[in-house]
Design a protein around this ligand. Structure first.
Ligand code: CDP
Ligand code: CDP
Length: 205
């Protein structure tokens, strides 16, 4: 029978969740779901957000502008709506239990989507470091925002994500906190891989 193993990776914007998730998925051969992309796609579709979430299709995730700051803001606004979140739960849970293992990254994976995940990481970094990293990323793609504007954007989104009623951003009680402020990508990924290997070894005992 196939192996089922779920890694939940949550944290604020531009902390390194996606980077760690992709590396962990490649290392272990797990599937990876960037759940932020679902909310970005719902926000970008326009119209009634609940209907957009209920009718979300794979092609909606291929739109070219989903990584922009505007798409991030639109995502965090629709993400506060309980009907939007509810419409996306089943798809995420099914992905989490897929054979061969799964990594999901977002805001509520360890708290709401997969409270039973075998490994939960809460990835953070200082506001300034996160803004610097996201600014570098956006600038490389021709973005025109200043670093200060990116910082303000991330802070506004984080505050909305933390203060909302529906599935607010917070660490699960049993999440491992991973502060990447002073870590290289390789060092952060190595810590995540260690945590997963430790849990896999426990499962075999
Ligand atoms: O998924 P999330 O928004 O949490 O962050 P990300 O897109 O994975 O990472 C934001 C940027 O920070 C990317 O350009 C990474 O290469 C960079 N970065 C990192 O993730 N971790 C470090 N230790 C250093 C840089
Ligand atoms: O890459 P970054 O961390 O900047 O953002 P993202 O992960 O793509 O998420 C965009 C927005 O979607 C977040 O600011 C949240 O409002 C929302 N989101 C959420 O509410 N729950 C999730 N599981 C993932 C994202």
């Amino acid at each position: 029978s196939g192996m089922r193993f779920t890694v939940a990776i949550d944290g604020p914007a531009a902390a390194g969740k996606g980077t760690i998730s992709r590396a962990v998925a490649a290392h272990f051969g797990f599937g990876h779901l960037d759940t932020g992309l679902l909310y970005r796609a719902v926000g970008a579709k326009g119209g009634d957000p609940a209907a957009a979430a209920a009718g979300l299709e794979p092609a909606d995730l291929e739109r070219g502008d989903l990584r922009s700051a505007e798409a991030g803001q639109a995502a965090s606004r629709v993400a506060a709506l309980p009907e939007v979140r509810a419409a996306l739960v089943e798809f995420q849970r099914r992905f989490a239990r897929r054979e061969g293992g799964a990594v999901l990254d977002g805001r509520d994976i360890g708290t709401v989507i997969c409270p039973e995940a075998e490994v939960k990481l809460f990835v953070t970094a200082s506001d300034e470091e996160r803004a610097r990293r996201r600014w570098l990323e956006l600038a490389a793609k021709g973005g025109v925002q200043s670093e200060a504007e990116v910082l303000a954007d991330l802070r506004e989104r984080d505050r909305r994500d933390r203060e909302r009623e529906a599935a607010p951003l917070r660490p699960a009680p049993d999440a491992l906190l991973l502060d990447t402020t002073e870590l290289t990508i390789d060092a952060a990924v190595a810590k995540a891989i260690k945590a997963i290997e430790l849990r896999q070894a426990q499962g075999r005992e």
